[in-house]
Write a protein that binds this ligand. Sequence first.
Ligand SMILES: [Ca+2]
Ligand SMILES: [Ca+2]
Ligand SMILES: [Zn+2]
Length: 291
Amino acid sequence: MVRPVNWTNVPNLTKNLRNFGTQFNVRYLKRDGASDGAWGDEAHRLRRSGHNPDDTSGSLPEFEDADKVPEIRAIDVDKTLNDPTSNFQDVVNHLISLPKIDTQFRYIIYNHKIYHVNNDFKPVAYTGSDPHTEHGHLSGAWSDKADNDGSFDFQLEKVGKPAVAAVPLLSKNDTGETVVYWQYVHNVVRNMFTPPLPALTIDGIYGPSMAAGFVEMWKRVGTPGDFKGDFLPGWLALKYQQTLAKVSVPTVSPIDADAATVIKNTVEQWLVNNVVGLDVNVAGTGKVIIK
Ligand SMILES: [Ca+2]
Ligand SMILES: [Ca+2]
Ligand SMILES: [Zn+2]
């Protein structure tokens, strides 16, 4: 099994695809990343492809927009999800049913079918030379707005049944640095919500107030199921991380922008080291060349 691509690190990838890739990784923590990719290989460079950057001399992109920013507007994602409750066809069916999905994707190709915005994303036989039986090809919408939109909620928790409590990271009554760390994370994230989540005292003690804070976060991110806040599940930690990734500069005192950045980077690194599925398999240029 190959760890999935960390999409945030792929150069020139548009924000909408970065955002989708990250949500996809978060939903499918154990998915295989063997067929993941973004940048075109030599063969792709000789023909028009969303895997080739626009605004680049000699490149053959599918679409040239009005800006001058080189952008990659397609990703491939491996079809192997290693999830007993859903498969990649379920993901495709879910995506094409979402309202406003046309603001994110132009088309999806998977398993002998293409779902194109011009056909209202209805499945049509795909007759290209590669039937796409190992990976899905996701083509970003052809607009600057889409290129710069990292905020769409793909609602992937509605596909199958996420393993919400798969990785308990902390338990009630724990004390120490790790508790302090998550208290900081919570306090950075709290102001991302209206009204804010309850503030936590940074005391290194996982007591009733921290449990209540976790329960409130659990509710706000819409996770189903009964949760009493007596442990920090991996799923909730990832929701914190996902929320953090959208923070540019939190305004909450006493956490300044530098501290927030440090926390964000630390959380991401910690998750990469501790949670399967968020590792980086990009080497060298980080372009994640597809085959
Ligand atoms: Ca461009
Ligand atoms: Ca653009
Ligand atoms: Zn592709």
